[in-house]
Design a protein around this ligand. Structure first.
Ligand SMILES: Cc1cc2nc3c(=O)[nH]c(=O)nc-3n(C[C@H](O)[C@H](O)[C@H](O)COP(=O)(O)OP(=O)(O)OC[C@H]3O[C@@H](n4cnc5c(N)ncnc54)[C@H](O)[C@@H]3O)c2cc1C
Length: 164
């Protein structure tokens, strides 16, 4: 087993992934959607950029446990993983030959907005404008005020951070 990062990355790229078995295992262990069909893979092959990389398959997790299960199965099968939010990246950041975890369908809940501390806890699929609206309803200043990015999601993994 290679022990440095570049060797690991090379090994991961060259090793074939048993996609059919991985899909079967994912379907047994994930409550959300597991999509390994050609149509879905084509849909997720691009983002806001000109790059094109056909993913191994796509998982739409329903909750944290689904994310953990999907990641541990991807590890078991030696498949790279890639999280996807709004897919608006301009340099191919969210397309790759990987298992794509799309958080935007089921994991898009605003958990808590604290206007006093100006803190919010959100799931990773929340759309920025939805959080902004929720913050404004609670008389909080917008947590983030870039006008162009209406469909972008907050890029946060399961540990939540501060959005200044
Ligand atoms: C019209 C347009 C104008 C833009 N203008 C600007 C600009 O002025 N300034 C600027 O800085 N940017 C600009 N951008 C780029 C924009 O900021 C990024 O595309 C955006 O932040 C990506 O957000 P997203 O939710 O679509 O993430 P995605 O494109 O889905 O993902 C972006 C990256 O984050 C990772 N990621 C996604 N979700 C998670 C997660 N839950 N956990 C861990 N990693 C995750 C992905 O793997 C990927 O690497 C522009 C984009 C567009 C389309």
């Amino acid at each position: 087993m290679p022990d440095n990062f570049s060797e690991l990355a090379r090994a991961a790229k060259s090793a074939p992934v048993d996609a059919a078995s991985l899909a079967t295992d994912l379907r047994r262990n994930v409550r959300g959607e597991v999509r390994f069909d050609d149509g879905t893979r084509a849909l997720y092959a691009t983002d806001g950029s000109n790059y094109r990389q056909v993913p191994i398959g796509v998982v739409l997790p329903r909750d944290d446990e689904d994310v953990i299960a999907a990641i541990s199965l991807a590890r078991k099968y030696g498949a790279p993983i890639l999280c996807r939010g709004g897919g608006t990246s301009l340099a191919g950041q969210c397309c790759n030959v990987a298992v794509v975890l799309d958080m935007s369908k089921y994991m898009a809940t605003i958990l808590d907005v604290d206007p006093v501390q100006r803190l919010a806890r959100v799931q990773p699929g929340v759309i920025l404008d939805h959080l902004r609206n929720a913050a404004e309803k609670r008389h909080s200043r917008s947590l983030h005020d870039r006008r162009h990015d209406r469909q972008q999601l907050l890029r946060r993994p399961l540990r939540y951070g501060r959005q200044d």
